[in-house]
Design a binder for this molecule. Sequence first.
Ligand code: FAD
Length: 390
Amino acid sequence: MSDPLECDVLIVGGGPAGLSVASHLASGISSIVVHQDAEIGRPVRTSGGSFLCDMQALDIPPDLYQVIDRLDFYSDNEQASFPIENDKMVVLDITGLYRYLAGLSDTLDRRLLLGRKFVSTEEQANGLYLSKVRSRSLGVQTIRSKYIIDASGWHSAVWESLNLGARPKRTGVGIEYEFPRGNFAKNRAVLFVGSTVLTGYGWIFPTANDRLRLGVGVINPDTDLTPRQVMNSFVQGGHAARYGIEIPKEYDVNAGIIPSVPYDPKLVYGKVIRTGDAANFASPTVGEGIRMAIEQGRHLGRDLSAFIAGDKTALQRYETRAAKAYARDYKYGYMMNRRIADYTPQRWDQAVRRLARLSEREVTQMLRSNFSARLILRTIYLSLKAKLLG
Ligand SMILES: Cc1cc2nc3c(=O)[nH]c(=O)nc-3n(C[C@H](O)[C@H](O)[C@H](O)COP(=O)(O)OP(=O)(O)OC[C@H]3O[C@@H](n4cnc5c(N)ncnc54)[C@H](O)[C@@H]3O)c2cc1C
């Protein structure tokens, strides 16, 4: 075997989290990003719904998203529509965005190893990590690094390899068909629930490049059905017309997996650090995780740089900041996630009726997994009222 490649920071996973760590390391710190896919941003494994204010705060160029200002919810027998004036949503151009994020570290001392899968790592007597990566063309290579970032998404590849924990047993699994938008409004998104997609939900998202993404996600093992089975019965049942879309014969298929487990605030294990989906940052209500992956990835890049420069509290800061951002809200979000995974179609009808009484702000806060005391009290009140009135 040839000599190991050397770097300060090995980043496993070239998704939004890993790429954002790489772009925010200080110049002078060398990094290698190991990415198992042959390209950045392909295949697409996510549907890209997010919020305009976050994309602006993260300085994401506007040509990488479609702005959404109307959101419709459907259950079997109910419908609720929200014109969105304040917390506008967006649908991201995933391939374009991830390539943009990769480009942000092009001028740094960063190598991108594509088509290479991280296999294992071990700590050596000198405190450095020796990791094995494998590719079809080159076989096994080794990389020696001082730090390792686990940004491998739900795979939690580094974490598992070092026996720090196991990859999540409960996951959200999704599949999406992508095809030309046709007459579907460019600024309208649909979320649907009920009998066609039990334990999860479905979505219709228009993209900035005039495509439409029709997807379904379910929770494993809460259902025995795979997303493909759910999608097949959705398509064969002729449900698409209800939402004003026609599914063509030819379409692209996107599919992915996301953790669906309680938030665990421990992220730093000496010189091994988790981020993005590998740290379970995605919201438990709707599984939105791209903005968190970028934001926390950038924080980690900066904090790790400060740590390397001698600030011994910097990594603790990364852990504390993330816990402050997510621990409380995700506790409520996860409780909600568990409850709604058991909903019957009738319960979903009730829920959409209740949703129709919420303000635009309350709905978007719920989708964002931001549970203020007021929002919690109001949903409890509406739920009790619905029970009392039958
Ligand atoms: C069906 C579905 C729909 C979603 N919809 C939305 C949405 O609308 N909005 C939103 O914000 N979020 C959504 N998400 C969640 C979002 O995709 C994730 O939160 C986000 O991608 C997390 O980024 P990440 O970089 O942590 O992980 P990932 O995007 O998963 O990137 C990790 C990368 O690491 C690579 N990798 C894994 N193991 C290894 C290994 N051993 N060696 C090398 N490379 C490896 C993988 O190939 C992967 O590309 C959705 C997820 C799914 C599954």
